[in-house]
Design a protein around this ligand. Sequence first.
Ligand code: PEP
Ligand code: MN
Length: 244
Amino acid sequence: MTIIIAGPCSVESKEQIEKISKFLSKNKITYLRGGCFKPRTDPKSFQGLEDIGIKYLFDSAKENKQKVVTEILSIEELSRNYDKIDVIQIGSRNMTNYSLLKEVGKITAIDKKPILLKRGFSSTISEFIKASEYISQYGNKNIWYCLRGIRTFEQIDSDLRFTPDLSSILELKEKIKNKNGKIIFDPSHSTGNSKYVLTISKAALLLGADGLMIEVHNNPKNAKTDKEQQLNFKEFEMLIKEIK
Ligand code: PEP
Ligand code: MN
């Protein structure tokens, strides 16, 4: 069964996440994502709703029988919200934050919650795998390896935000075959443009990805973060139909 994780880039309000969660539930999506602690380039930009956002996300997910997938930037954020998070996301910018990886490994050693570890956008596949071992060395081998695009020379003049690292699916599959992991492809951040999300999603599944993580918003044009890449409801429904 293909794992589909979907939801907005950021949780923006109670009403927004309720609406999106309900819509996704109607489309049988059981993993709800939403960023509450946002790793933004500009410190003056929207930083996420933090703990209250996690509460909104958790309440919506509960109402619609979904699992919560959300990023944490520090162990304090995770500890405070631990019981409200089902899949712990470690973002691209934190893939090499080894002390965070160790702490996440320790805190999940008993319950073995899945860790969605995103590939650093300048990291090699070997560095990605080694990073996952910072977590698994404490006993949690339940790692979801998320490919989310890498930065290459193409970004000098490409319209794409990153270069979708599709061939890495093949290589990663081979290299983690003795581990317990899954491969999740993120067509939203890897392209940065909603018009490419469907085709890249199909390609990722064809190449053997176990799942996708897709950004969906009720009103992408007015989203507080990542406006260009989030699918609207109609686009998402079409994607689901096409990848079935
Ligand atoms: C995200 O998925 O919310 C995100 C910030 O992605 P990345 O860490 O890949 O940039
Ligand atoms: Mn985003």
